[in-house]
Design a protein. Structure first.
Length: 322
């Protein structure tokens, strides 16, 4: 993709490198020179301020080793062997009640299998049935030779809802944040021209951000937006503000609906560095429109497969399949 260069001159815009700590610079070495960021004049900011937070571990923010009390909660599960409900199902339900509120930190180890069996008065086969059910639901993770751990909470995307990343994370009671990697003007690619239906001379904003929830890298997004729809977008703080909210509140664009295609992919080296992704990533290609059907955003977002899942509700029409 050919880039239309911007000259910094005396514009006073802040280079991306100033907003990202030195430890992270190696991770974003693929970002082109000249990538820049400008701050919303309404947002208090002093040059050289470090707006980023330290990267986190595989299970989320680095924590102290789990306390005995955190592991002991699993001993409080009650099992009624006279109940018609299978014992493994009782254990599964009891553990779900403990794990789903998110009160036990991700990465907390479960008690050893032998100890838990003795305390609950069940066989290892019964306990393993329960653990297999919990692992299928993404609540725990088993690692050969290491044990079983509380799994990190996954971001759940309901396909009927159109939300920004910021709105999605806030609805889960977590704190969203971003790291701006690229902000530049680019010429249109063939895909851009097909979607936006603009003259070739019209330029686009290309914005690449690392998205985090409670300081844990969740997604790497790259979006294209026509410059004519939001001139001067670079004056806003795209690190701490939702682009959707900026478009709606500052440019009067009523974002109405989008179409998304979701596919699994092998992580690139960039995904591995920035997302700390060891397994597959889920790639979401999104096309967003206003209420007047104006194409406004072409986006590609790669989510960590271990922290994201999409929920699709399908309805079967009557009369089909006869």
């Amino acid at each position: 993709m050919e880039v239309k260069e911007k000259e910094l001159g005396q514009s006073g815009r802040l280079p991306v490198s100033a907003a990202i700590p030195d430890a992270t610079q190696a991770a974003i070495s693929s970002a082109p020179e000249g990538a820049e960021m400008a701050m919303d004049p309404l947002t208090p900011y002093s040059k050289g301020e470090n707006m980023s937070r330290p990267m986190s571990s595989r299970f989320g923010p680095v924590m102290k080793p789990s306390s005995t009390s955190e592991r002991d909660v699993f001993f409080h599960i009650r099992v009624d062997k006279n109940s018609p409900v299978p014992v493994y199902a009782q254990i599964t339900e009891g553990m779900k009640n403990l794990l789903q509120p998110g009160s036990i930190p991700a990465g907390t180890p479960l008690p050893p299998e032998r100890v838990l069996c003795e305390r609950l008065g069940v066989s290892r086969m019964t306990l393993r049935q329960a653990c297999e059910a919990l692992e299928r639901e993404g609540l725990i993770e088993s690692h050969r030779g290491r044990g079983t751990f509380v799994a990190p909470r996954r971001m759940t995307k309901k396909q009927q809802e159109m939300r920004s990343f910021t709105e999605e994370i806030q609805s889960r009671g977590q704190k969203p944040s971003s790291r701006l990697i690229v902000f530049r003007n680019v010429k249109q690619s063939a895909e851009d021209r097909e979607f936006f239906a603009l003259p070739e001379t019209e330029s686009l904003y290309e914005i690449e951000r690392l998205r985090l929830a409670d300081d844990v890298p969740i997604a790497l997004e790259c979006i294209h937006i026509p410059e004519y729809l939001c001139p001067g977008l670079d004056r806003f703080n795209l690190v701490s503000h939702s682009i959707y909210k900026i478009l709606e509140e500052n440019y009067g664009l009523a974002l109405a609906h989008c179409s998304e295609q979701i596919s699994a992919a092998t992580p690139t080296q960039k995904h591995k560095r920035l997302l700390q992704a060891n397994g597959a990533v889920l790639v979401v290609n999104r096309r967003t429109y206003t209420n007047k059907e104006t194409p406004v955003e072409l986006a590609t977002t790669a989510y960590r497969g271990d922290l994201y899942r999409a929920v699709v509700h399908s309805v079967r029409k009557t009369g089909e399949g006869h």
